[in-house]
Design a protein around this ligand. Structure first.
Ligand code: SF4
Ligand code: SF4
Ligand code: FES
Length: 339
């Protein structure tokens, strides 16, 4: 007879610190503290519901499905953007090693009340990306009598991206969204990329342009969006791939693409980035002003500036890797052209 293993149930009295704010009433956000007996398995959402039902009915938050599907319950717990309905509190209390947990609304969006934010800015940015199929008549038949088929390989290129539930956790975690209000954000570019590589679609160039207009090169590839995504969408990878297809489609003349090209060319040539010359490569002649100002500053501190970059030992091995990658890329391209 197999022994039944019962998971150990624990109970902890925790202090739940929640940001409160009603913009039409309060001058600025403040925090309220609630004592809650947190049990093993309790989710953040269950704790919020318990507080609302037993301690303060005015506490406002958003949630519908309770199954990590609708994407409506995202909040920040101890600074991390999470789905309240699928995040258990006990492991967080243990990880942080203290009995107080802080819950705040998503970042980078206006607060409507307490933990509820206005997601219209995300929707407006998303709408500009045309997040729907614009039919490619060579792949989608005119009538419904025939199916619009695609290969397994074509499907796999974007299949995981279709799992996005628009929860906004990546948008909330993104420091580039905070720094650049025009930046579309991770989920919107991931969505644009998903449709741009769908073989049934015919709007790729419009979406690439829409991404460029909304700061495609503003992403710093910190990969926070990958860390917080509850559906393993990997938006930072989609952004990198969107840049790649933009360059493949001949859009080379942007500060971001020039910077990316300078990085790769320099590492191949010197084994390191030629930082002294980067402003000129990225910004053209305007970059000289920055270089000259930096050199004048260094000289005023008694430091001799240099525009030389030395070649690092082992650079030839880096160059061999480049040659190998180019070979693979050429083979892939030839294979695609044949298909
Ligand atoms: S990788 Fe880019 S999109 Fe993702 S969080 Fe960082 S800056 Fe934002
Ligand atoms: S990419 Fe992930 S984190 Fe971002 S909205 Fe979609 S599911 Fe949420
Ligand atoms: S309530 Fe729907 S995702 Fe959490």
């Amino acid at each position: 007879m197999t022994e039944k293993i019962t998971p150990k149930r624990e109970k902890l009295l925790a202090n739940i610190r929640i940001q409160r704010f009603t913009p039409t009433f309060d001058r600025s956000p403040y925090f309220d503290n609630f004592k809650v007996d947190v049990e093993t398995g309790m989710t953040v959402l269950e704790v919020l519901r318990q507080i609302k039902n037993t301690q303060d009915s005015s506490l406002t938050f958003r949630a519908f499905c309770r199954s990590a599907i609708c994407g409506s319950c995202t909040v920040r717990v101890n600074g991390n953007s999470v789905l309240a309905c699928s995040t258990q509190l006990m492991p967080i209390i243990k990880d942080f090693g203290k009995g107080t947990v802080t819950i705040k609304p998503m970042a980078n969006l206006p607060v409507i009340r307490d933990l509820v934010v206005d997601i219209d800015p995300i929707i407006e940015k998303l709408a500009k990306m045309h997040p729907y199929l614009m039919e490619n008549r060579q792949r989608i038949p005119e009538t419904l009598e025939q199916e619009s088929l695609m290969s397994q390989e074509e499907l796999e290129a974007f299949n995981s991206l279709t799992d996005c539930i628009l929860c906004g956790a990546c948008f909330s975690a993104c420091s580039s969204v905070k720094a650049d209000k025009n930046y579309a954000g991770p989920l919107t570019i991931a969505k644009a990329y998903r449709f741009s590589i769908d073989p049934r679609d015919n709007f790729r160039c419009v979406r690439i342009q829409a991404s460029m207009d909304q700061g495609l090169w503003s992403c710093v590839q910190c990969r926070k969006c990958i860390k917080v995504c509850p559906k393993d969408i990997r938006p930072a990878d989609a952004i990198r791939n969107m840049r790649r297809i933009a360059i493949d489609d001949g859009i080379h003349d942007t500060a971001g693409s020039r910077r990316a090209k300078a990085y790769t060319d320099d590492v191949e040539k010197f084994g390191q980035v030629n930082k002294p010359m980067l402003p000129v490569i990225v910004n053209g002649t305007k970059g000289w002003t920055a270089i000259e100002a930096a050199e004048a500053y260094l000289e005023s501190k008694g430091i001799e500036p240099t525009r030389q970059v030395c070649t690092l030992p082992g650079q030839d091995s880096a160059a061999k890797i480049y040659a190998e990658v180019r070979k693979i890329e050429t083979q892939d391209k030839e294979k695609k052209d044949c298909d």
